[in-house]
Write a protein that binds this ligand. Sequence first.
Ligand SMILES: [Zn+2]
Length: 234
Amino acid sequence: MTARRAVIVGAGGLGGPIALSLGRAGLELVIVDPDVVELSNLHRQIHFATAELGAAKATALAASVTAAGGAARGHVARWTPEIADELAGDAELIVDGSDDPATKFAVSDWAVANGRSYVIASALRFSGNAMVGAPGTACYRCLFEEPVEAPSCADAGVLGPVVGAIGGVAAALAIGLARGDRSHAGSIFVFDDLRVATDPRIVKFMARRDCPTCMRAPISPFDSPARAAGQKGS
Ligand SMILES: [Zn+2]
């Protein structure tokens, strides 16, 4: 499968490098974010300029992608299941760089239910991770089960270079998926502490038998690999 369209959820420190990279790779983007550019965010959202303070992040980032020769439109809203069909109906790939655990679960649940590939990226302080999912593989909910109250970047802080690094990894993984590379699907790349520059741990995990998302998936990880591949289509 070669993806032509992607939805980027979150236009902040992770969403910026993800959108700019995927736009340069030739994907048509819809960028979804409810917030505006704020001065206190600029240290980790280096894709925004002070001239954009007060502008909607989704719109401003889409304009940057377009100025760099890509194709993108911004949608100023929080991703919810209610608007997901409209936003992502024709996108083959969803990439989450939001700062909100509930949104990450909503993105992954929708992607699994609709047979789409996805990447979920997170960064906090000096650490981060990026999980890759595709139809027929274990999902984000298999791994984390439920959203937990976690400190956000806004509350706990994160360095600009850390979100840039994790966003770059997430973009590379997403571009791989867009080109049909499923080798990392069902895995999570974990960076424990970027200051010590150890390699990421790449953890391949199994689908959880009682995962409600996978139980309802049209292409289930509990099927045989051959059957899952056959249902994948083109
Ligand atoms: Zn699952």
